[in-house]
Design a protein around this ligand. Structure first.
Ligand SMILES: Cc1cc2nc3c(=O)[nH]c(=O)nc-3n(C[C@H](O)[C@H](O)[C@H](O)COP(=O)(O)OP(=O)(O)OC[C@H]3O[C@@H](n4cnc5c(N)ncnc54)[C@H](O)[C@@H]3O)c2cc1C
Length: 499
């Protein structure tokens, strides 16, 4: 009879496996958290559930030509694992680095791949999460855990964001999104249009420009870029002196963070000057008569959105060499042959790449319930962008956008391990955040859009948890504050309620 039973029924009959901590996601955040648990909470059992067939998250799923980081790996890498390659790294190099972290710390046995979490329910009576994971064949397993760490990134993994333009269906060529880049896509000798202006478009264009007949970047509005060599001279110098890699990592990391702090402060204090400097850098890499005003002068202030780093100015070299061009205009519609822009210009293409961004996802869009009742995350209030009111024993690893994401992974790793150890010492089974009595918090959208306003965030801001008008009750996106504030959080402070 067992053989004819549906897979789902069979799995439901299996006893649930229990772990002290469950990490959802094996991207750079989940692997970082797993490492910190082994070091800082060695007596706790934990499991990582990962939907995909391997680790890496962002760096596994993105397979478009040229895919690379736009942060340096001294700060995008973990603080505990030296980075010895060039600062801007390819996805393959980042995956190899993460693979070493898994290998060196024996994390592999803690990870179950091909397990997509489809439901998580908190039981107040049992003080534990019951998590259901589904495998690609549709079979399901149940896990229970005292604590849930959502290391799920911030965007939908399966499908990127593509706006609907009139006439799209009539286009005779191929339309491709970088997030789901087809392995068989042959762009050699083809006319390619890349729609978008962010880091992905800036990476993709130079990577394919040499092989295509021509590549045209079509953007609605420009982005700030910063150029530089893909080398840190100090690291090279120290390496020549046979300084240990761990020292080089720490020294270079501190150097970069110091420079970035100065840059952020200047971008806020004197945005006009910083803007002029960034534009002068772009201008220096383009022909003299190039219309930098139209194509590379953003409407927003530097640092309202991430500034994309262009190593060795490769994007601009492609433009200067005539292999790539930029058109700044809005798209009126697709045609059989390409695009018609608002100006009336038609651009013909064989392939159109929509580098138009992501769909924001809140905690992996997992349906969470508390004692069986659905949780609407947009109704919760966040504590420091990692805990949420009404959701006990749950955290979300949401990194930085202006600084490297992973800097926050290490900071939150320390904080979460401290919290777990604190709970153990207190004999508490559950912890929840709640605004202290007397603190009349105003509920505001997750991000201050005057300060940080990328489109993917604006499109789905209403789905995000709310922030309060107090630094404790928001994700400030400010590494330089948080590096001192997070380690100093009083876990017996009034925001924490233990049971
Ligand atoms: C192309 C690109 C380049 C980027 N470059 C940089 C950069 O240079 N610097 C920087 O700071 N940031 C960069 N970012 C942002 C980047 O996403 C983060 O820095 C970082 O990689 C996120 O890591 P993560 O582990 O938190 O999330 P992700 O990498 O998104 O990984 C989340 C993991 O969770 C898994 N998962 C999701 N849902 C479920 C589920 N229901 N059940 C089980 N598993 C699930 C996914 O399969 C995935 O493996 C970049 C983003 C993109 C898309």
């Amino acid at each position: 009879m067992g053989g004819s039973m549906p897979a789902k029924t069979r799995a439901a009959a299996e006893p649930a496996e229990h772990f002290d901590v469950l990490i959802a996601g094996a991207g750079i955040s989940g692997i970082g958290l797993a490492y910190h648990l082994t070091r800082q909470c060695p007596d706790r059992t934990f499991l990582v559930l990962e939907a995909h067939e391997s680790y890496g998250g962002t760096w596994l799923i993105h397979r478009y030509p040229g895919i690379r980081s736009d942060s340096d790996l001294h700060t995008f890498g973990y603080r505990f694992k030296p980075w010895s390659g060039p600062p801007i790294a390819t996805a393959a190099e980042i995956l190899a680095y993460m693979g070493e972290v898994i290998e060196e710390n024996a994390l592999g046995d803690h990870i179950r791949y091909r397990h997509r979490i489809v439901h998580a329910d908190w039981s107040s009576r049992e003080a534990r999460w019951t998590v259901i994971a589904e495998r690609p064949d549709g079979s399901r397993s149940t896990f229970t855990a005292g604590f849930f760490i959502g290391a799920l990134g911030y965007y939908e993994q399966d499908k990127g964001y593509t706006p609907e333009w009139p006439g799209m269906a009539s286009f005779r060529g191929r339309i491709v999104h970088p997030q789901t880049w087809p392995e068989d896509l042959d762009f050699a000798g083809k006319r390619v249009i890349v729609i978008g202006s962010g880091a992905t478009a800036a990476t993709l264009v130079p990577a394919i420009a040499g092989q295509t007949a021509h590549v045209t970047l079509v953007q609605r509005s420009p982005t700030y870029f910063k150029t530089g060599r893909n080398e840190i001279e100090l690291a090279t110098l120290l390496r020549e002196r046979s300084i240990p890699e761990a020292w080089i990592h720490e020294i270079v990391r501190r150097g970069i963070l110091h420079e970035q702090a100065k840059f952020v402060a200047r971008a806020k204090a004197e945005p006009e000057t910083v803007r002029d400097e960034l534009l002068a850098d772009v201008r220096a890499n383009l022909p003299e008569d190039y219309d930098v005003g139209r194509h590379f002068t953003p409407r927003y202030r530097p640092w309202q959105q991430r500034i994309a780093f262009v190593p060795d100015a490769d994007l601009f070299k492609g433009i200067a060499a005539g292999k790539a061009s930029v058109v700044t205009d809005t798209i009126e519609r697709f045609t059989e042959r390409g695009l018609i822009l608002s100006s009336g210009t038609e651009i013909e293409a064989d392939i159109i790449v929509t580098a138009t961004g992501f769909n924001l996802s809140v905690l992996g869009d997992i349906p969470f319930t508390v004692d069986g009742d659905p949780v609407d995350l947009s109704q919760t209030l966040t504590y420091r962008g990692f805990m949420f009111t009404g959701l006990p024993n749950l955290v979300w690893i949401f990194g930085y956008f202006r600084a490297s994401w992973t800097l926050r992974v290490d900071l939150l790793g320390d904080l979460i391990c401290r919290l777990l150890n604190h709970m153990k010492a207190k004999g508490a089974r559950a912890v929840e955040v709640a605004p202290p009595e007397g603190l009349a918090l105003k509920r505001l959208p997750w991000a201050d859009t005057e300060d940080f306003n990328p489109n993917y965030l604006l499109r789905r801001l209403d789905r995000m948890p709310r922030r309060g008008d107090h630094p404790d009750w928001q994700h400030t996106q400010d590494y330089w504050r948080e590096k001192d504030e997070l380690p100093a959080i009083d876990l017996d402070g009034p925001a924490f309620v233990y049971r």
